[in-house]
Ligand binder design. Sequence first.
Ligand SMILES: NC(=O)c1ccc[n+]([C@@H]2O[C@H](COP(=O)([O-])OP(=O)(O)OC[C@H]3O[C@@H](n4cnc5c(N)ncnc54)[C@H](O)[C@@H]3O)[C@@H](O)[C@H]2O)c1
Ligand SMILES: O=S(=O)(O)c1ccc(CO)cc1
Length: 483
Amino acid sequence: MQEAYSIINSQRWASPGVRAVGIVNPATEEAIGRVELIDAQGLDQALAAAARGFMLWKNTSAYERAAILRKAVGIIRSRQDEIARVMTLEQGKPLAEALAEVVASADNIEWMAEEATRAYGRLLVPRNAGIHQLVRREPVGPVASFCPWNFPALTPARKIAGALAAGCSLILKPAEETPLTALHIVNAFHEAGVPGEVLGLVYGDPQQVSEHLIASPVIRKISFTGSTPVGKLLLGLAARGVKRATMELGGHAPVVVFDDVDPARTAQQAVAAKFRNAGQVCTSPTRFYVQAGIYPQFVQAFADAARAIRVGDGMDAAVQMGPLANSRRIAAMAALTEDTLASGARLACGGKRIGTRGYFFEPTVFSDVPENARIMQDEPFGPIVPIASFTSLDEVAARVNALPFGLAAYAMTRSLARATAISGLLEAGMVGINHYTVSTPASPFGGVKESGYGSEGGTEGLDAYLVTKCVTQRSSGADLGPL
Ligand SMILES: NC(=O)c1ccc[n+]([C@@H]2O[C@H](COP(=O)([O-])OP(=O)(O)OC[C@H]3O[C@@H](n4cnc5c(N)ncnc54)[C@H](O)[C@@H]3O)[C@@H](O)[C@H]2O)c1
Ligand SMILES: O=S(=O)(O)c1ccc(CO)cc1
């Protein structure tokens, strides 16, 4: 049995009369450990530490901060197999996917470590020879970050890397369902030399923790990855203190498949992307619009490839799709399947829970899905996919942009003219043309509309933790007229 716990000032926080909840392996439903939940007194200690940590870290040179972050990268890489194993046990994704996530986490931190030394300001051209005006970029202050369970290493890694590279202190609240992976990531930063006060880790009741931290005058910025409804709630709390926010919220990514592509190859590529992490990815391709000329062939090839996916315990190297992360997702998939059948859509494959032990659900494909079916509006966040047909570019553009979401969007075509046109039309923060990888360390990851605002990754990901200060300085003894 493994234990996860809050860390304040590099020390395990033991709340008197500590409450704990079990950590469940979603492939077996067995308890694999427990996570201790923090109390209000612990949160106050974490805030006090973050306030001290900010004064310390913002005065640490960017080069020193970068060196410490690079050391954390080395530690994470040296433990990547162990961290991946823990992730698969507590989250369910296949071991190869877990390993790829740990590798990506290290790559993101490494990229941000380099970026730490490039937070340039600028010098203005003064209106008077005795005046110097400079625009400084400074760390915003202590940050509170909230992470979900679908990427237990990468989401914390991105949030920690951006904040620490900029010179901010951070209190991280990972998901209580996947606490062990985050504990490994935070430990790596501390072992690398990040002072305990600079990076705190808290687990607790999500509502209690977010309300407590966001209300504190210590916290100057929040960063949240999760659902749009919770994001709106946290934005409301942040607004009361006029605090900055980065919000990575839900999506419902459309894929426009034009009739000039090979339907079988395109469908196989789509299936690999759709069922990654059992569809529990905010950038998952989740609504397929296929041009009428290749629609039947695409649906057939998609369903064949989905049926062939090997589903099982992610610890088995032959498995391609693991369980869903928790029992809530199974209930959500069952309800969505029922609802989609009732809408008149055709079930091409799947549609049921697999077995009674472990949160397994069949890769499920619906075709001829009407636009008003719930699955075309609500993010499935699981292994269910709707496919519909379209005829013209204008028609499909109106349909894909009708939702309030705008995170990722994709289009498949061999035509440069179509690719250019659809890239301009899609209302999304990230667009993939003939490709589903829209996230790299150098690219800004974020959405528009109700998918959130702000970016993580890229130069924008550092910018998100910086504020602007304009300093106007008079040379001593300068004889000045008006500015
Ligand atoms: N954008 C993403 O990467 C992402 C990740 C996980 C879940 N989701 C969304 O969440 C939905 C279902 O997941 P869920 O059942 O865990 O939903 P949820 O909205 O209850 O929880 C999502 C995450 O937000 C956290 N959370 C919930 N209430 C909070 C609060 N008041 N303050 C701070 N954090 C809070 C949870 O701990 C969890 O990690 C999915 O359908 C999906 O749309 C999105
Ligand atoms: O970098 S990705 O693996 O594509 C990725 C996608 C989404 C999220 C957040 O849900 C994290 C990483």
